[in-house]
Design a protein around this ligand. Structure first.
Ligand SMILES: [Zn+2]
Length: 385
């Protein structure tokens, strides 16, 4: 049975009455819901990349709406009797937000089409993300130019209308469409800018979009994927970003415009501190190495916080003074150890192989030097060596 689609007749109507045609239980994600068919509905079902309206039927929540062969199914948290008359109310803030995003998307793709011949090959509209995919690569400059043009069109408050043209008239209209449409074609026309086949509710004038902001974009399947936000959702995103900025410049005790310079300064400082620490650690390691009497054959040092370069330098210094196996392990019993081993007389590669086999260590190397890491305690390592 074809459900009468009230949302197509008036996108700004929020309440309606309808007769329950059928109601059956449905288990969705292990939750018991009721799948309700009405003779008519104002709930826009999920289609064309846009999530469904939500709202209530009497006081029962409608959490999802799907369409299948022109029948619309309302997924509700309680059931109804067939023949019952119910009062439906759609969540207006949510719906209006979706209409702002959707008309904004038509504006963006319409202008991208007019200026650069871009075709829209994908669209996704959910609670907090709106993406549109274009089949050509756009530069940052081009994206910004389209964004500005969209906002100018919003300022002009152009008319937006949705209609089903007569088949004969449709032949003569140049409209955009993502796919071949079977049956009646519904067009959404933005005065002087765009005509596009679309089934969704739209705002009445471009001014109602409020604003459009491109929040990010990038190459996608040989074209461009663009993330946009319109109206209140753009404002909310703006507030969220301002909050992040404020927390950042307050933490760094600087003005907003000084942030990039401040961060770069900190990164440089961090780099030079790391370098200094590395030098200090190497010096400490060398001091420790010099304290071992040179008549000791094998030397194994357990320490913490050294990088591989420190360890290699250390092992190189050790093998000059000791003839046996020279090893440095850096780490702790809990997280495991990085190691470098070296020797002028022993086969380090074979020792590394032994550690792989006996301790599940990773790594390897040459006869003279090997390195890797091992997840074992100091005690186990010492016994195994
Ligand atoms: Zn559309």
């Amino acid at each position: 049975m074809k459900t009468i689609t009230l949302y197509e007749q008036d996108a700004f109507a929020r309440e309606f009455s309808a007769k329950v045609i059928s109601c059956e239980e449905a288990i969705i994600d292990e939750k018991k819901l009721y799948k309700v068919v009405l003779d008519q509905t104002m709930f826009f079902p999920e289609q064309g990349g846009q999530t469904s309206d939500i709202g209530t039927l009497d006081s029962v929540r409608v959490i999802d709406v799907q369409i299948e062969n022109e029948t619309i199914y309302h997924f509700c948290t309680a059931g109804f009797l067939s023949g019952e008359i119910v009062h439906g109310v759609i969540d207006w803030n949510y719906r209006f937000g979706n209409m702002q995003q959707h008309t904004g998307e038509h504006l963006f793709t319409g202008i991208a089409h007019n200026r650069y011949g871009a075709d829209n090959v994908g669209f996704h509209l959910s609670d907090n993300t709106v993406t549109l995919d274009l089949n050509i690569e756009l530069s940052e400059e081009q994206v910004r130019e389209i964004e500005l043009e969209v906002n100018r069109a919003i300022g002009k408050n152009l008319g937006v209308k949705a209609y089903y043209p007569e088949p004969a008239l449709l032949q003569s209209i140049d409209y955009r469409s993502k796919k071949e449409i079977i049956g009646a074609v519904r067009l959404v026309e933005i005065e002087g800018i765009d005509i596009c086949a679309c089934c969704a509710p739209h705002v009445k004038t471009t001014g109602q979009v409020g604003m459009l902001k491109v929040v990010s974009f990038g190459k996608y399947k040989g074209g461009t994927r663009i993330y946009i936000l319109c109206g209140i959702r753009a404002l909310e995103d703006y507030n969220r970003r301002m909050d992040i900025l404020a927390k950042s410049y307050q933490a760094l005790n600087c003005r907003e415009e000084e942030l990039p310079e401040k961060i770069n300064g900190l990164l440089d400082e961090n780099k030079s501190l790391k370098y200094n620490i590395c030098e200090i650690k190497t010096n400490m390691l060398m001091d420790q190495i010099e304290k071992y009497p040179s008549d000791i054959v094998d030397v194994t040092i357990f320490t913490e916080g050294l990088d591989i370069k420190n360890m290699r330098d250390g092992v190189n210094a050790l093998v000059e003074r000791h003839t046996g196996l020279c090893a440095i392990f850096s780490g702790n019993d809990e997280d495991g150890y990085d190691f470098v081993i070296g020797s002028t007389t022993r086969d380090c590669s074979a020792i590394a192989t032994g550690m792989r086999e006996l301790l599940g260590a990773k790594g390897g190397g040459s006869k003279q030097m090997a390195q890797g890491n091992v997840n074992a305690t100091r005690n186990t390592i010492e016994n195994t060596l």
